[in-house]
Design a binder for this molecule. Structure first.
Ligand SMILES: [Zn+2]
Ligand SMILES: [Zn+2]
Length: 354
């Protein structure tokens, strides 16, 4: 099945980003992405949706929205909304009501940066998700590039180091977010994980140091959401948008950190007496399910069941495991990069049911 690389969750100058939709499309073309999803704060700017081309290369730019209650103090509960063609920001006061409206409008909703630390040295508040008594959302943003950056802002020296050497920042999703995800799926619900860049490309200054903090291109070569789709994109907005939204809805996806090495080609499949499954699917255990993992490069691969590692393979490209117990099975892959062991791939689960 074809795979596409999508960067999602980013801001333009319509909200608090610095670039235009065209700037984003240009950077996405340069990064070799298949699609991007722009999500300005409380603003749906649909007219920029469509294919952008350069030479024989094309990228699909879709428009979603990041909705939160701007009157709430502090401003928690940011919701990424995709596939809705009406403005729903007016519903932000009540997160459950907003999620219900998104569902009713045929859209998808993801809890943005569920765990987001404050960085008081830089006047950055904590924008974590707070209202957990909710249901009906599609999933969570497992790895948010900006939240992770905020975890490194404990000193001004470290901040300058990160601003000048941004390739040293990303190490993986915040562990608490991974724990939350595992406990949500343990309750029996499907929760789709996506990776977001939260790109703003903002000019920043700290004393004499001035630079654009993480240009769009930097983000687009970093944390991407890879989707497995039934057939290649057609080059037309309407059917391709539907294909992308369906893959996101079903969780046919993994989060790949493409900077150390491209993650294209990663596969996680299950097969058993009752058919087969890819990431995001449910499959019946029956007499056992064979899980197969294919990596684009030899690396450290960890199979996780219900939040606990069940098997680790070192320096391997192909790994297989026979599951004899029902559970939520997912894969984490680690790679050494810039002197550290870094999270490289986080798959959506295969849900093995009784
Ligand atoms: Zn946000
Ligand atoms: Zn954002």
């Amino acid at each position: 099945m074809p795979e596409i690389a999508v960067n999602l969750h980013m801001h333009t100058r319509y909200s608090d980003g610095s670039g235009s939709h065209q700037d984003i499309a240009d950077a996405a073309l340069e990064a070799g992405l298949d699609a991007v999803i722009v999500t300005d704060h409380n603003l749906l700017v649909l007219e920029h949706e469509g294919y952008y081309a350069k030479g024989d290369q094309k990228v699909l730019l879709l428009v979603g929205e990041e909705i939160h209650d701007q009157e709430r103090v502090p401003q928690k509960n940011h919701l990424l909304v995709f596939g809705v063609d009406q403005e729903l920001a007016g519903e932000a006061k009540n997160p459950q009501q907003l999620i219900n409206k998104v569902q009713k409008a045929g859209g998808l909703s993801f809890l943005a940066h569920p765990v987001d630390p404050a960085a008081p040295l830089f006047n950055q508040s904590d924008y974590s998700w707070e209202n957990w008594d909710i249901s009906g959302y599609t999933g969570i943003e497992l790895w948010n590039g900006f939240s992770e950056f905020k975890t490194r802002l404990n000193s001004k020296i470290e901040a300058v180091f990160c601003a000048y050497l941004p390739k040293h920042i990303a190490r993986g999703p915040i562990p608490e977010t991974l724990n939350i995800w595992d406990s949500l799926t343990a309750e029996g619900q499907k929760v789709v994980a996506i990776g977001g860049s939260d790109a703003h490309a903002m000019p920043a200054s700290l004393g004499p140091f001035k630079r654009t903090l993480f240009p769009y291109l930097f983000h687009f070569k970093g944390i991407n959401t890879h989707l497995i789709i039934p057939s290649p994109l057609t080059g037309n907005l309407t059917p391709d948008k539907k294909t992308i939204l369906e893959a996101l809805d079903q969780g046919h996806a993994f989060v790949g950190y493409d900077l150390p090495h491209p993650t294209r080609g990663f596969q996680f499949k299950g097969s058993g007496g009752h058919g087969s499954a890819i990431m995001g699917d449910e499959i019946s255990l029956k007499d056992g399910v064979t899980l197969q993992i294919t990596l684009p490069l030899k690396a450290e691969c960890v199979l996780i069941k219900d939040g606990q590692p069940v098997k680790t393979w070192m320096d391997r490209e192909i790994c297989s495991y026979t599951a004899t117990q029902p559970g939520v099975y997912r894969v984490e892959v680690y790679l050494p990069y810039k002197g550290l062991r870094r999270g490289w791939i986080f798959s959506n689960p295969i849900y093995i049911r009784h």
